[in-house]
Design a protein around this ligand. Structure first.
Ligand SMILES: *Cc1c(COP(=O)(O)O)cnc(C)c1O
Length: 405
C-alpha cells in the first residue's frame, strides 16, 4: 500500500498506542553492527536491540536458519512437537544445569512460566502456605501483570487494579534485607544475576552465594532471570556459570533468538514435573521457525572463540570509555560485565543519560540507557573491533556536546 517514502515518524503518533516515544529515526536495514535509516544515514549499533541482537543484524547463520526453516514449516500446535524445538532443547540441556525446557515467546512469558511453576511446586510439595515470592527493588522481569509486580518498580505495576499477592521486594546486594523477608512461606527468590534495566548493577559474590544459602535453608527455589544476561552477554554462556551458584529455574530470552522472538524457562526434572499436562501453555511457544533461529544463535554463541571474544571486546569498550572519561570527566563509574556495560554519570551530569543517547544518535551512534543516569551498551557479541573504535569516536563527539569541551 505505502512505500517507505510515505511512512514517516508522524504516522507513529497517528496510528500507534502512545506507550513508547521512539526516536525520529526509522531504520530500514542492518548488517552486522551497522544500521541504515530511511534517508540512508549510517549508524553504528552499540544498542543491539536492547541486548537481543547478539550476532548483530542479519548474521548469515541466522538468515540461513530462518530462510531454510521458512521454506519447510512455520508453525504447529502443541499437539505435535517438532525437530527444531527438540534440537534446541537438547542443546540447552546439554550446555546447562537443566534437564527440561519450556519454550515461550518472550522474557516476560518465560518468567511468567517460572513464577507459576514455583507457586505450583510449592503447593504440591509443601502446601498452601508457601506462596511468598521475594524479588528485588529496581529489578525487571517483564510487563505481564505477574512479572511487572515481581519487578521492583512500583511505577510500572501501579494503576492496573489489584496486584498478584504475596510478592515482597528486598534490596539488591543486601543479604540482610533478604534474610528479613524469607521464611518457610517463601516459595521462590527471583533475581537477575546482574541487574540490567535497574542500572547495570553487579551482585557481589557473597550476596549471590548468601541468597542461594537462604533459599536452601528455607526450602525456596532460586530463580535466575537471565533474559538479559544469558546467551553469552557476560562472557559465559549463562551468567550463573561464572558465579559459583546454580539456580533451580533459569529464564532466557532476548539473545536466545538473536532478534527472533523466543524465550525459555529451564529447570530440573524434579521441579519440572509439577507443570503437568494442561497446567500451562502457549500457542506459539516452541514453534519451529523461532526454534530454528534460536538453535543457530545458540550454536554460534556457545563457542569458546565467541565467548572469549566477548571478554576481549569488553576490555576494549571499557578502555575507550575510560579514555573518554579522562578527557571529559562525565562518568563516576564504568561498570557491568562482558558486553553489558554501564557508564554511570557523575554528580554534575545527573539526569542527562537520555540527552547523551540523543546526541549519540545525531552523531550516527546507537546506545541505550538504564534509568536516568546510566548510559548502557549492549552491542553485538561479535562486533568488529574497528566498529568499536569508530563508534567510540562518535561517542566522544556526543559526550563533548554535553560537556562543551
Ligand atoms: C527484557 C527483560 C525482560 C522482559 O523480556 P520481554 O521479552 O520484553 O518480555 C525480563 N527480564 C529481564 C532481566 C529483561 O532484561
Amino acid at each position: 500500500m505505502s512505500d517507505s517514502n510515505t511512512v514517516t515518524r508522524e504516522l507513529f503518533d497517528e496510528v500507534m498506542v502512545p506507550n513508547y516515544a521512539p526516536s525520529k529515526v526509522i531504520p530500514v536495514r542492518g548488517e552486522g553492527s551497522r544500521i541504515w535509516d530511511q534517508q540512508d544515514n549510517e549508524y553504528i549499533d552499540f544498542a543491539g536491540g536492547i541486548a537481543v541482537n547478539c550476532l548483530g543484524h542479519c548474521h548469515p547463520a541466522l538468515v540461513k536458519a530462518l530462510t531454510e526453516q521458512g521454506q519447510k514449516l512455520w508453525h504447529l500446535s502443541n499437539t505435535m512437537t517438532n525437530e527444531p524445538a527438540l534440537r534446541l532443547a537438547k542443546k540447552m540441556v546439554d550446555a546447562t544445569f537443566a534437564d527440561k525446557v519450556y519454550f515461550a515467546n518472550s522474557g516476560g512469558e518465560s518468567n511468567e512460566a517460572a513464577l507459576k511453576l514455583a507457586r505450583r511446586w510449592a503447593l504440591d510439595v509443601h502446601g498452601e502456605h508457601k506462596t511468598h515470592i521475594i524479588s528485588f527493588k529496581q529489578g525487571f522481569h517483564g510487563r505481564t501483570f505477574f512479572t511487572v509486580t515481581v519487578g521492583g518498580q512500583a511505577a510500572y505495576s501501579d494503576g492496573f487494579g489489584p496486584k498478584p499477592a504475596d510478592i515482597f521486594h528486598a534490596e539488591y546486594n543486601n543479604l540482610e534485607s533478604v534474610r528479613a523477608l524469607i521464611s518457610d512461606k517463601t516459595c521462590a527468590v527471583v533475581m537477575e544475576p546482574l541487574q540490567g534495566e535497574g542500572g547495570i548493577i553487579r551482585p557481589t559474590d557473597e550476596f549471590v552465594k548468601g541468597v542461594r544459602q537462604l533459599c536452601d535453608e528455607n526450602n525456596a527455589l532460586l530463580i535466575f532471570d537471565e533474559v538479559q544476561t544469558g546467551v553469552g552477554r557476560l562472557g559465559s554462556l549463562y551468567a550463573y556459570m561464572d558465579l559459583g551458584v546454580t539456580p533451580d529455574i533459569l529464564t532466557t530470552a532476548k539473545a536466545l533468538g538473536g532478534g527472533f522472538p523466543i524465550g525459555a524457562m529451564i529447570t530440573t526434572t524434579d521441579i519440572a514435573k509439577h507443570l503437568k499436562i494442561g497446567t500451562h501453555g502457549s500457542t506459539y511457544g516452541g514453534n519451529p521457525l523461532a526454534c530454528a533461529v534460536g538453535e543457530a544463535a545458540f550454536d554460534t554463541v556457545n563457542d569458546p572463540q565467541v565467548l572469549n571474544g566477548v571478554k576481549a571486546k569488553a576490555e576494549l569498550f571499557s578502555g575507550y570509555l575510560k579514555q573518554i572519561n579522562e578527557k571529559h570527566q562525565i562518568f563516576s563509574e564504568i561498570r557491568g560485565k562482558g558486553l553489558l556495560i554501564g557508564a554511570a554519570l557523575n554528580e554534575k551530569y545527573q539526569g542527562k543519560a537520555k540527552e547523551i543517547l540523543m546526541a549519540a544518535m545525531d552523531e550516527g551512534l546507537m546506545v541505550l540507557i538504564a534509568g536516568l543516569n546510566v548510559v548502557r551498551f549492549a552491542p553485538s557479541l561479535v562486533i568488529p573491533d574497528e566498529d568499536i573504535k569508530q563508534g567510540m569516536a562518535l561517542f566522544e563527539k556526543a559526550v563533548a556536546k554535553i560537556t562543551n569541551r
